[in-house]
Design a protein around this ligand. Structure first.
Ligand code: SF4
Length: 409
C-alpha cells in the first residue's frame, strides 16, 4: 500500500492570511545555511538546511504542477494508494483553488488527509460537508482556542466563527487532531480548559499542545527571538504536568510537545520496559553523546542502564537536540568531549566545521552523527501505538549505542 503526498508549496505566514502572532517563522531572518545531515562532504549548505528549514518556498504551486507531480508519482508507485495527504509550507485552507484541488485528490478514491491547516482560509461553513463528501478522513487543525475573539486576535483569522464551525462539523465526521501552541497568560488556564471541553464535546480525537518557544535556547534559530518580549514560557516540567492534568480530565487523547504523551509514556517509554532495555546492546566505550536539555535526563538513565555512565551525556545550550547548531558547540568547553563525539542525527551542524570547533583547543576530535530519532514527541506519537513508539525507540537507541561503541574503537 502506497501513500501519496500532494505538496502545495506556499510560504508560512504569507500563504496563510498573514502570520499568526506566535508563528515560529514570524520575523524569521535570512540566516546562513546551518549545515546538516544532508549536506555533501564537500559543501556546507544544501537545499534542506538553506531553504526548507526556513520554509523559503516561492509561493503556492499551481494546480497543474501539483497534478503533474501526482501523475508522475502514480506511475512509479506500486499497489493501491492507502492515503493521500495534502501538505505544504502554506496553509491548504488558503490555497486559491482549494475546491479544485480537493476534487482532484478526492477522485482518486483513497482516504484523504490534510496534514495541517489553521482553517483561516475557510470562508464558508459548507466546506466541511464538501470535504467529508470528497473522502476526507483525517485532519490536523490548529484550534489555538475555541474562543473566536482569541483566534481573531492571535491567529488573525478573518472568520473565526466560520473556521470553528468547520472544525466542529469535521470533529463529528472524521478523525480530527486539534493543535494549539500554548502561550502563558493568553490561551492557557481557563481558556485551555474551555478549549479541551469544547473539543471533547464535539468529538475530536485528540489535542496536541505545543509549548511556546520564545528564545534561541527554546528553538527560535532563525534570528527571530523573542516573539513575545514579555512572555515567559512554561518550564518543561510544568508543561509536562499540564499535559498530564488535562489528559486525566478530558475524554480525548491529549499529548504535548516537546513532552509528553501520558497514554504511551513517551518520550522514552522504553524506560518503563526493563525487558526491552535488556535487549539493547551493551555500552563498551566512554564516547560522549551530545543532546538537548530535554532529552538529557532520559538518556542518562538509559545509558547507565545499558552499561555506560551518566557523564557520557553532555548538553548543548538548546532544549531540543535537533536544533543544536554550530554556535552551541562553540559555546562549549572542548574538554568535555572525548576523541569521538556522537551528535544528534538531526543537529544543524556541518560535520567538518563541527569537528574543527570541538578540536579548537588543539586536541583532535571527530564527529559521529547519531540516529535521526531516538523517540517520538507528542506530535508524532499522537498517531502511533505504544508498540510502534517502543519499536522506534529500540531501533534508535540500538543505533546510538553502536555509534558510542564505534567512537571508542
Ligand atoms: S497558520 Fe501556521 S504557518 Fe501560518 S502563520 Fe499561523 S502558525 Fe504560521
Amino acid at each position: 500500500m502506497a501513500q501519496l503526498v500532494a505538496d502545495i508549496g506556499g510560504r508560512p505566514g504569507i500563504d496563510c492570511r498573514g502570520f499568526c502572532e506566535y508563528c515560529y517563522f514570524r520575523h524569521a531572518r535570512e540566516v546562513p545555511a546551518f549545515g546538516c545531515r544532508y549536506c555533501s562532504p564537500f559543501r556546507k549548505g544544501c537545499d534542506y538546511c538553506s531553504r526548507s528549514v526556513g520554509e523559503r518556498y516561492t509561493g503556492f504551486r499551481s494546480l497543474s504542477d501539483i497534478g503533474e507531480d501526482i501523475l508522475a508519482r502514480l506511475q512509479v508507485l506500486q499497489g493501491e494508494i492507502s492515503r493521500v495527504t495534502i501538505s505544504g509550507g502554506g496553509d491548504p485552507s488558503c490555497y486559491p483553488r482549494f475546491t479544485d484541488l480537493v476534487e482532484l485528490l478526492g477522485s482518486m478514491e483513497a482516504p484523504l488527509h490534510i496534514g495541517y491547516t489553521s482553517g483561516k482560509g475557510f470562508g464558508d461553513p459548507k466546506v466541511a460537508s464538501f470535504l467529508i463528501d470528497q473522502g476526507l478522513t483525517e485532519v490536523s487543525f490548529t484550534v489555538f482556542a475555541a474562543d473566536p475573539l482569541l483566534r481573531k486576535k492571535y491567529m488573525h483569522d478573518p472568520h473565526p466563527k466560520v473556521s470553528l464551525r468547520v472544525l466542529e462539523e469535521l470533529c463529528g465526521a472524521v478523525d480530527v487532531y486539534a493543535a494549539a501552541v500554548i502561550i502563558p497568560g493568553i490561551n492557557d488556564g481557563v481558556v485551555l480548559e474551555k478549549t479541551c471541553a469544547w473539543l471533547e464535546d464535539r468529538g475530536a480525537k485528540g489535542l496536541i499542545i505545543m509549548r511556546f518557544a520564545n528564545s534561541v535556547e527554546q528553538g527560535l534559530i532563525l534570528g527571530n527571538a523573542p516573539l513575545f518580549p514579555h512572555v515567559s514560557v512554561h518550564r518543561v516540567e510544568e508543561f509536562r504536568d499540564l499535559v498530564s492534568d488535562l489528559a486525566s480530565r478530558y475524554a480525548l487523547r491529549i499529548t504535548g510537545t516537546p513532552l509528553w504523551d501520558p497514554a504511551i509514556g513517551s518520550p522514552f517509554a522504553i524506560l518503563q520496559e526493563p525487558d526491552l532495555l535488556d535487549k539493547l546492546p551493551r555500552i563498551t566505550g566512554d564516547t560522549r553523546v551530545l543532546t538537548g536539555t530535554v532529552a538529557a535526563p532520559f538518556l542518562r538513565r538509559i545509558i547507565t542502564l545499558c552499561g555506560g555512565s551518566a557523564d557520557q551525556v553532555v548538553t548543548a545550550g538548546k532544549e531540543i537536540a535537533c536544533l543544536i547548531t554550530a554556535d552551541d558547540l562553540a559555546a562549549m568547553d572542548p574538554e568535555v568531549f572525548t576523541p569521538a563525539v556522537v551528535i544528534p542525527g538531526r543537529a544543524f551542524v556541518y560535520e567538518r566545521e563541527a569537528a574543527e570547533i570541538i578540536s579548537r583547543d588543539g586536541v583532535e576530535r571527530r564527529i559521529i552523527r547519531g540516529p535521526e530519532v531516538l523517540t517520538a514527541d507528542g506530535e508524532t506519537s499522537m498517531g502511533m501505538t505504544r508498540n510502534q513508539v517502543l519499536e522506534l525507540e529500540m531501533e534508535g537507541l540500538a543505533e546510538l549505542i553502536r555509534a558510542i561503541n564505534r567512537g571508542a574503537e
